[in-house]
Design a protein around this ligand. Structure first.
Ligand code: F6R
Length: 240
């Protein structure tokens, strides 16, 4: 695992977006794995800027998002589908027929999980998986547990995740369950880029980089990946 320390979130977004843009320029039909949340937002802005300047086309790119809340339809403002549509896909020329998402439907969602894993394999695997990290070390919504997951599954969200994300739910309570790609899905990506900024991530960054690899800090498994880079700022690097 390579650790890249940069001054702030803007510098990180420049570095991460350049890698994504370079990859797509070399391989226009690249398969990209995307994350939601605050961490990738600046990077998405840089991707939109590059698209607007005509420096890159995402038209042929296939995407797979990491996770979706259970019980939120796509058109719900809190769904991760809606987030991606607003923060990237509709502003950077993505082809929505190549956008893949786990279903948030409580019934349909579980049966779609297996299919999602197969779809990733059929697309040739993920070229770049973008990640954030939870304050508890989660990646996707793989919460700390006694074993590492493999394929996509339904998860009960940890208390700390609910505490971190419930601020976004102003009109309804935050769902307690979600569907997520498994740790195996993430580890099968050819390249992984993780963004962790701000003091609230300092403990997770320390565990990920320094503690033994353990499913109690799911992000620590990235140390076993042949091409994983974590981008941290001064605040998240504080305990290193
Ligand atoms: C979101 C996801 C999560 C977030 C993590 C950090 O798709 O997979 O693992 O990356 O919860 O969230 P932020 O970036 O909001 O601090």
């Amino acid at each position: 695992m390579e650790v890249v320390l940069l001054e702030n979130a803007i510098e990180i977004s420049r570095a991460v977006s350049s890698i994504i843009i370079e990859t797509v320029r070399k391989k226009p039909a690249a398969v990209l794995g995307f994350a939601t949340g605050a961490s990738p937002v600046e990077t998405y802005k840089r991707l939109i800027e590059a698209y607007e300047k005509g420096l890159v086309s995402f038209r042929d790119v296939t995407t797979f998002n990491l996770d979706e809340y259970c019980g939120l339809p796509r058109e719900d403002k809190n769904s991760y589908y809606y987030f991606m549509k607003e923060n990237l896909f509709s502003k950077a020329g993505f082809d929505f027929s190549k956008v893949n998402f786990l279903s948030g439907d409580p019934e349909e969602g579980e049966s779609c999980c297996e299919e999602y894993g197969k779809k990733i394999a059929a697309a040739g695997g993920i070229d770049i998986q973008l990640l954030g990290v939870g304050t508890n070390g989660h990646i996707g919504f793989n919460e700390p547990s006694d074993s590492f997951s493999d394929g996509p599954f339904k998860v009960r969200l940890a208390e700390s995740t609910i505490n971190s994300n419930s601020k976004y739910f102003t009109e309804r309570p935050m769902p307690a369950y979600a569907f997520t790609m498994g740790v195996g899905d993430i580890m099968r990506a050819k390249k992984i880029l993780l963004i962790a900024t701000g003091e609230s991530k300092a403990k997770a960054v320390y565990s990920m980089v320094k503690d033994p690899v353990t499913p109690h800090c799911p992000a620590s498994i990235l140390r076993n990946h042949p091409d994983a880079t974590i981008f941290i700022d001064r605040e998240s690097a504080k305990l290193l």
